[in-house]
Write a protein that binds this ligand. Sequence first.
Ligand SMILES: N[C@@H](CCC(=O)N[C@@H](CS)C(=O)NCC(=O)O)C(=O)O
Length: 198
Amino acid sequence: MITLYHRPKTRSTRFLFLLEELGADYEVRIVSTRSQDGTGGVDPANPHPHGKVPAISDDGVVVFESAAITLYLTDKFPLNRIGPVTTDRQRGEYLSWLAYYAGVFEPALISKFMKVEVPRVTAGWVAIEEVMPVVLARLARGSYWLGEDFSGLDVLYGTTFAQFAQSDLMPRSPVLDAYVKRIVARPAFARAMAKDKG
Ligand SMILES: N[C@@H](CCC(=O)N[C@@H](CS)C(=O)NCC(=O)O)C(=O)O
């Protein structure tokens, strides 16, 4: 049985979405985390090394970090075909964009949010202004990140764009708007949102 360590309306919400997409058997354990306003605290029940969410435990096997959890879960439920398996030609693409999410995309977004200039060569990531043309070219190729098949990448990127596409962190883009519409129209997304409310 998979346990999702979760705090509503955080990065762990997207794993309600992925677990619903996968049709997985899972339980949700609500934990406290530190909040920006100084309230809250690390929950001793949470196995994440920094007391963050998300984390999952699968019969005692702990996985943390959104990209790792995505890969773990889509590998665990290969029949649902929500992530290319090791023998699939798209596997390399899948791994690359999962790592890009954690190592380039999110740092770029957070740098912009925090108004921190990205030093072009010394940082391992680039500014969001350099990321978004790559992302938009990618999304213009098909309905989802990997083409016509929904994947774990759409859980990560799709939920982030659902939150930020209308913010001043992002360029206005019909391609992005159409992508977000497709993501939030998925029945599993609606189920996840209902569960997130409790
Ligand atoms: N890189 C992590 C980020 C996780 C993260 O920062 N989660 C926030 C909630 S959205 C959190 O738990 N913050 C509380 C804290 O930092 O103690 C991931 O993608 O899984």
